[in-house]
Write a protein that binds this ligand. Structure first.
Ligand code: ADP
Ligand code: ZN
Ligand code: ZN
Length: 753
């Protein structure tokens, strides 16, 4: 019988994820050992038995088999959860292309050895008399270390750990022993605190408003009970809730989660980080109190780990967070809800480049849980699956607010120019803003871009200022300095064209700062808040601006993408969309979809209170289907038209697309490798291979980038293609022919390279 070998990672509890070791699988264990299995293996010089996890099984030994050690046995105790996440990592590695190490680091929050921020201390638990007795006892037994520590604790009650182990010279064993005796406990300041902080007056007022339980509408009830009934019937199909903006999706989520908790199950709720505001958290907190917790990117690894531990121990029922909250190790997970399912941030940008949607489905299938997706503008992927019967579809077609859907005006900017209007505000928009200012209602102005978006170019010769390290144009910021948004390179502005010497070298001025100036000029009485990547460097400033606007401290909120994400401002009755079509011109097959989503979501901010809202869409391209259907808030028509285009060109979801990115410091070597990979793929019949070619951003931080794209209807075929490339790269490495080039995979990419 053929021999079997296992690659094993030793001890996942520390940051020792950097390498695996190969062992022989003894015949007796061949049946039982799977990926993820926890085994004991002899390790190191003394061959001490250590715990390890199987991450790969193969029929080939990397070294001479006689040099390999053999797995000793299986560990049985208490390892189920870890096994599951290791199996998940193996799936991610296969599905998305990455190293096992990177996949493991994604799914298992690793407790770091150095926990510099954590303050630990020893606290006396015994009443004074008993402590005194114990002290005498220890002295009698000549346990001098114990006695020393007790004596100190009797005086001070609590001692910082560094003092105990340092100045007092107390060993961890001594502390543990006293802890076991119940004499003291170790308290850790940062451990297990709930990061949901609720305080202040506005909080109380809003708590009051949210606390009142809403009578669900028929549509809402149908979705919530439909999903719970399916769950009880053992059906685990993914559900998509397509609900227009303001239709009350969050109420449906709350209802489903409550149902899950009643069934003894837990819930994970994914919300894009940008929409993970105080306002949103409050709605969950009011309903589930301290049974809910949240993680976000500002938490340290250690803090994240603590939240994981709380979930494991059953201290919470609901975990809210961005993508990485998916990996919360609940004991009886019942449901994963993904709100604003269409958001790009659900796709990881680093290896493994996983998508939260599919990964959630995988996790759910491993734990007998269900997945619910929600959006006003579902991704084409999700809606396609609903249409083809893979997902169950629930529709919320009515707004909860009395005002109903907003009235939308589309303004052709070319027409404005013909009429002699050179302002960035169309006449319609100006008129409506003035009206709002008079009526003391709020407006939102949305610009599809960041900073002084403007690249700086010479009007005489056309020269564009570019980053010397990246193949992208520099952006002009306040004060005139030029900044690269890829690597952060900065330089002062230029007065003369470096190419032809002309002094007509200018920024293309259509950024939020410039619009803010224009607003001040045109509406001097208006109070304006600006929100973009520059004004919100910190999470707090972002929340501050939103709160100030919600509290009526400004008449106009001006900003980029980040103001359109699921915020609920009841006093906003006007949304102005400036330059709606900027996002149409990205070189990306999803440009139409993204534009439709942005416009629909932005328009959805208007009229969420009692009064009907109005929306002005300013565009140079009023006939574009993304703009027409967004103006009519007609998702279905948009879907049909967009889907036709995807079918025609075999883009996802009509087919699957694998992007292979080759990076190299040396241009020629990068191109050669990309050509080699392209050739390898073309040998494979039935694959549609595009490239190789330089990426649209051909260089980032002095590293050249080349792309090969592969299309096929069957995802499995793309996995095969990836495996071939991996095998080729491995062989190259083994034969010592590998250079410094790297290869990365991106399945169904969501942004252009
Ligand atoms: P969505 O997430 O679909 O945009 P929300 O859940 O934020 O919608 O709901 C929009 C507004 O309608 C919120 O202010 C919410 O409190 C309110 N709302 C939702 N459902 C109901 C209901 N059944 N009755 C009354 N108000 C509701
Ligand atoms: Zn010039
Ligand atoms: Zn740069």
């Amino acid at each position: 019988m053929e021999e079997r070998f296992a690659d094993i990672i030793i001890d996942i509890s520390h940051e020792k994820l950097d390498r695996t070791f190969q062992y022989i699988i003894p015949e007796a264990l061949r049946e039982q050992i799977q990926i993820g299995a926890c085994v004991s293996v002899p390790f190191g010089k003394g061959n001490r038995l250590r715990k390890g996890y199987v991450v790969k099984i193969s029929g080939q030994a990397e070294y001479a088999p006689e040099k390999l050690k053999t797995i000793e046995g299986m560990e049985e105790k208490n390892v189920k959860a870890e096994e599951r996440y290791i199996a998940l990592a193996a799936w991610m590695k296969e599905q998305y292309g990455s190293t096992m190490i990177a996949a493991l680091k994604t799914v298992l929050p690793v407790k770091q050895k150095i926990k510099s921020l954590e303050k630990k201390s020893c606290r006396l638990l015994l009443p004074a008399e008993e402590a005194e007795k114990l002290l005498q006892d220890c002295r009698g037994k000549h346990q001098t270390a114990k006695a020393r520590l007790l004596q100190e604790l009797i005086q001070l009650e609590e001692l910082p750990m560094p003092l105990v182990t340092g100045k007092l010279h107390i060993s961890p064993q001594t502390i543990k022993s006293l802890e076991k005796q119940g004499a003291l406990c170790i308290v850790s300041e940062s451990a297990y605190r709930n990061p949901v902080k609720i305080s202040g007056q506005t909080a109380d007022a809003r708590m009051e408003a949210y606390g009142r339980r809403k009578q669900l509408s028929d549509e809402q009830r149908e979705a919530a009970s439909g999903i719970l009934e399916d769950f009880d019937a053992g059906k685990r199909d993914t559900c998509l809730i397509h609900g227009i903006t303001g239709s009350g999706k969050t109420e449906v989520y709350l209802e489903i989660i409550e149902g899950m908790i009643k069934r003894g199950r837990q819930a994970i709720v994914l919300i894009p980080e940008i929409a993970l505001t105080y306002q949103t958290l409050l709605r969950f907190y009011v309903r589930f109190k301290d049974r809910v917790s949240v993680i976000n990117s500002t938490l340290s690894q250690g803090e994240k780990y603590d939240q994981w531990e709380r979930a494991k121990r059953g201290e919470i029922d609901v975990m809210i967070g961005p993508r990485s909250a998916l990996f919360t190790p609940f004991p009886d997970l019942g449901i994963i809800i993904i709100d604003e399912e269409h958001e790009n941030t659900y796709k990881s940008e680093s290896m493994p480049k996983y998508h939260a949607r599919e990964t959630a489905e995988k996790i759910a299938s491993m734990q007998d849980a269900a997945v619910v997706l929600g959006s006003a503008t579902p991704s084409l992927e999700a809606y396609y699956r609903a249409k083809t019967g893979k997902y169950r579809l629930y529709e919320l077609t009515k707004r909860q607010s009395e005002g109903g859907l907003p009235r939308v005006y589309t303004v052709d900017l070319r027409e404005e120019l013909k009429q002699g209007n050179r302002s960035i505000f169309s006449r319609k928009l100006r008129e409506l803003i003035e009206e709002r200012l008079k009526k003391k209602e709020q407006s939102i102005l949305f610009l599809n871009r960041r900073g002084y978006a403007g690249f700086v170019s010479c009007r005489a010769c056309g020269y564009v200022m570019k980053c010397p390290h990246c193949d992208v144009s520099l952006s002009e910021h306040m004060g005139g300095k030029l900044v690269c948004h890829y690597c952060g390179y900065e330089q002062p502005g230029v007065k003369k064209c470096p190419e032809c010497g002309s002094k007509y070298i200018l920024g293309f001025r259509a950024g939020t700062q410039q619009i803010e100036e224009a607003v001040h000029k045109e509406f001097p009485q208006a109070r304006v808040l600006r929100m973009d990547a520059d004004s919100t460097r910190t999470k707090d400033s972002y929340e501050e601006i939103l709160n100030a606007f919600a509290n009526g401290e400004a008449d106009i909120l001006l900003g980029t993408q980040m103001i359109v994400k699921g915020h609920d401002f009841p006093c906003v009755t006007l949304v102005g969309i400036l330059a709606a079509d900027l996002s149409l011109h990205m070189n990306d097959y999803r440009a139409g979809e993204r534009t439709f989503q942005l416009l629909t979501q932005a328009a959805g901010r208007a009229g969420r209170g009692k009064r009907t809202g109005e929306v002005v869409i300013q565009t140079y391209d009023p006939e574009h289907y993304s703009i027409i259907h967004a103006a009519n808030q007609d998702y279905k028509k948009f879907y049909e038209e967009e889907m036709m285009y995807r079918e025609m060109l075999l883009y996802p979801p009509a087919a699957h697309l694998l992007a292979v990115l080759v990076s190299s410091v040396k241009e020629e070597e990068g191109m050669r490798l990309a050509e080699k990979i392209g050739g390898l793929l073309k040998e494979h019949r039935g694959l549609c291979v595009i490239g190789p070619a330089a990426a649209s951003i051909g260089k980032i931080q002095d590293v050249y980038r080349f792309m090969v794209y592969v299309k096929h209807k069957d995802y499995g075929k793309l996995i095969e293609a990836k495996n071939r490339i991996e095998a080729f790269m491995e062989k190259r490495e083994m034969e010592g022919r590998a250079g410094k080039e790297t290869v990365q995979f991106d399945f169904d990419p969501i942004s252009a390279y």
